[in-house]
Ligand binder design. Sequence first.
Ligand code: PMP
Length: 284
Amino acid sequence: MSRISYVNGAYVPHTEAVVHIDDRGYQFADAVYEGVTVRHGRMVDLEPHLDRLWRSMGELRIAPPMDRAPMRFVFSQVIAKNRIENGFLYIQISRGVAKRDHAFPTKPVASSLVVTLKRLDVDGVIARAGKGVKAFSEADIRWGRCDVKSTSLLPNILAKQAAKEKGGFEAVLVDKDGYVTEGSSTNMWIVRKDGVVQTRSTADNILPGITRATLLKLAAELQIKVVEEAFTLEDAKGATEMFLSSSTGCATPIVELDGQKIGDGTPGPIAKRLVEAYQRYMDA
Ligand code: PMP
């Protein structure tokens, strides 16, 4: 059975799912997106993802293609039609189709909505979190609006590719002052020698990760102390633990950074507790 995708009002076989070549998402990356994990057929943290999607559209003045209730319905239809229990739901909204011009279309056009679903081995993600991953630092060459979840991801792509070619799973992005901003598609956390968990503030030009917000709540429940403050690459290398967070990555420990072990080079106790708590949260 072919995967089914949603494109501007129609549920179509994935192989036939296309947008117009004048779509501003295609031409300019003038588009926003969300990625939601589907676990046992349920969307994890759907409402915060919708809040962030609406915020991204608002910041870029892209008109929502529909209200939230019909959009939730489209998502559930895509999940039902694909009969996928554990997956990654991808939602993209572009400013729409218009004759190519950098400025917004003068006559308002309808924004485009595309929704796809692919299988995600969530148990595999948890298993990977049990082993940890390697990461490499890369220069953060992105713009000043990383809080907006836009599809303009070329700097993220280049950083991830560079890390991958060195044998890493993720790139740790570092600004010109030596501070870690986030990963190419993840938020970054460390556990300091005093046991306090540290992660950059969302007021500091990073994507406000939905998993980050959930982990903050879970950490509070577990009475794990967290401070939202920037840390440097050197701080990370001297930390007892480091981990990344994302919808598809849970709280995956980084056990090696630039070829140097973090802590003893194995997943640490705090990341382990957070992974377990996040797993319970997803399965609840
Ligand atoms: N930062 C960036 C740059 C990302 O692309 C992502 C994933 N979309 C994240 C952080 C993690 O966000 P979330 O937990 O909402 O998946």
